[in-house]
Design a protein around this ligand. Structure first.
Ligand SMILES: [Zn+2]
Length: 165
């Protein structure tokens, strides 16, 4: 069965116990997490439950303009006051350079992209976390208003290690 059909089936089943009174759009822990879409980083791995935090995810856990947009909404409209940036070891974006990624994907797609794609490839995960911290802290809508801390999720051990900005 296609994955989406399995999701639809599970959703129908789970909706039996869904009560809109149990959930709020405002994160219970007033926390926003910016992290990679990697499957190994999960709510349970962070000790979080549905409703605890905003999860803003993209390939790499990069503080792109769009991630910053979400974090601004998270803080100003939905009351979060702490941001955790989490990158991880063994990230797919560490395995090739920006131009190698472009080349590989263009080869596979068989055509040049009709809209620019920037992968944010990196080599050093600690340095990459520090770069995301700098990007977030340099935005004057976030600096001084929100506590921002950076971490590496070690996929080898499942543990978080703090990286100071
Ligand atoms: Zn990753």
């Amino acid at each position: 069965m296609p994955a989406i059909n399995r999701v639809l089936e599970a959703n129908l089943h789970n909706s039996i116990n869904y009560d809109p009174k149990d959930v709020s759009p405002r994160p219970r822990m007033q926390l926003a997490v910016l992290t990679c879409m990697d499957t190994r980083i999960s709510l349970p791995a962070l000790g979080l439950k549905v409703g605890d935090a905003h999860m803003i995810r993209n390939a790499g856990g990069i503080a792109t303009d769009d991630a910053i947009r979400s974090l601004v909404v998270s803080h100003y409209l939905l009351g979060t006051n702490e941001i955790m940036v989490i990158n991880h070891t063994d990230c797919g974006l560490m395995k090739a350079s920006e131009s190698e990624l472009h080349h590989k994907i263009e080869q596979e797609a068989g055509k040049a992209p009709n809209a620019a794609v920037h992968f944010h490839a990196f080599q050093d995960v600690d340095a990459n976390v520090r770069q995301q911290l700098r990007r977030l802290k340099s935005h004057n809508w976030l600096e001084d208003r929100v506590k921002i801390r950076g971490f590496v999720f070690e996929v080898e051990t499942g543990r978080l290690r703090e990286v100071h900005g």
